[in-house]
Design a protein around this ligand. Structure first.
Ligand code: CIR
Length: 267
C-alpha cells in the first residue's frame, strides 16, 4: 500500500463508518468478463483483497468481511448488490443472471445494519456499479445491467426519501462508475464519455487521459482517495487538487472488469 499526502488536505467529506467486503472464492477465476486481460491468479487476487481490507481500515472504517461463496464467482464485487445511504438500503436486482442470486447472500449482512430496506423488483434490473452519489443527488446509469425500469424504481425510492436523482443512459462504459467517481469538494474524476457530459458540467473535473481510463474508478473513503496503482497522471492530478491518495494494486480484479468501487459497500 502506497500512501501519499499533500500539504493541502482534502476538506471533510461524507464520513463512512462501515464497509462490507466479500472474499473472492476459488471459482473467482471463472467470473464474467469482457476484457481480454487473461485469467486472474487467485492467490494474487486474495493478496490484493487483503490490502484492500487494510486500506479500508486505514481510512477509519469498520470492515465486515463476508465469507466467499463458490456458487457465485463474481460475488466479491459486492457493490453491485445494494445501494446504501446513511438511513436506508436498497437491495438491487443484478442484471446478469449468473449474479442475481448474490442478493440473497448479501441480504442478511444488510439487515444487520439497516431497518429500512427497499428492493428493486423484476422486470427492473439494477447493478450498484451504475449508481453514483454526489451529496444529495444520485446519478443512475442505464447500462447492459441496469434497465430503464430498474432505474425508475430506484429514482422513485430515492425521491420519496428526499434525494434527487438523474437517469444517465451510458454509451460505452460497462457501469456508470467505470468512468466517473465523486471524490468530495464538488470534484469528480471523469473519463471517456463523461468528460464533456452535460449532466456533470457543474462539477470541478479531474480528467483522466484515455490511456489511464481504468483509474476513473477510484473511491473516496473519509480522508483518502483510494486509487488503482499504475496510473501516475491521474494520481498526480488528484494529489495536486489537494487530496491524499492510497494506491492499491487491482490487476486481478481488472481482469474481470472490476475496480476499487466494486469491491465494497461503504456507508
Ligand atoms: C461482472 O461482470 O459483473 C463482474 N465481472 C464485474 C463487476 C464489476 N462491478 C462494478 O463495476 N461495480
Amino acid at each position: 500500500m502506497l500512501r501519499e499526502s499533500t500539504a493541502k488536505s482534502a476538506q471533510a467529506a461524507k464520513m463512512f463508518h462501515n464497509t462490507i467486503v466479500k472474499r473472492p472464492g476459488s471459482t473467482f477465476i471463472n467470473g464474467l468478463t469482457t476484457s481480454d486481460l487473461g485469467t486472474p491468479i487467485l492467490e494474487k487476487a486474495l493478496e490484493q483483497h487483503d490490502a484492500y481490507i487494510e486500506a479500508l481500515k486505514e481510512c477509519g472504517t469498520e470492515v465486515t468481511v463476508l465469507q466467499s461463496n463458490d456458487q457465485f464467482p463474481d460475488s466479491t464485487f459486492v457493490e453491485d448488490t445494494a445501494v446504501l445511504t446513511a438511513d436506508f438500503a436498497i437491495i438491487s436486482n443484478p442484471g446478469a443472471k449468473e449474479r442475481n442470486g448474490e442478493i440473497r447472500e448479501i441480504e442478511p449482512a444488510i439487515k444487520s445494519f439497516f431497518d429500512k430496506i427497499y428492493y428493486i423488483k423484476a422486470p427492473g434490473t439494477l447493478d450498484g456499479g451504475d449508481i453514483l452519489q454526489i451529496e444529495d443527488h444520485f446519478y443512475i446509469g442505464i447500462s447492459a445491467r441496469t434497465n430503464q425500469e430498474g432505474a425508475e424504481q430506484l429514482k422513485q425510492i430515492l425521491e420519496s426519501q428526499g434525494y434527487n436523482a438523474t437517469i444517465v443512459p451510458l454509451q460505452k462504459f460497462f457501469h456508470l462508475k467505470t468512468g466517473i467517481a465523486y471524490i468530495g469538494n464538488q470534484t469528480i474524476v471523469v473519463a471517456g464519455e463523461f468528460v464533456d457530459h452535460p449532466d456533470f458540467n457543474s462539477y470541478q473535473k479531474i480528467i483522466v487521459p484515455p490511456e489511464e481510463e481504468y483509474a476513473a474508478n477510484c473511491i473516496r473513503v473519509n480522508d483518502y482517495i483510494i486509487v488503482p496503482s499504475g496510473y501516475p497522471q491521474t494520481k498526480q492530478k488528484i494529489n495536486e487538487a489537494g487530496f491524499q491518495t492510497i494506491e492499491l494494486d487491482t490487476s486481478e480484479f481488472r481482469k474481470l472488469d472490476g475496480g476499487l468501487s466494486c469491491l465494497s459497500l461503504r456507508f
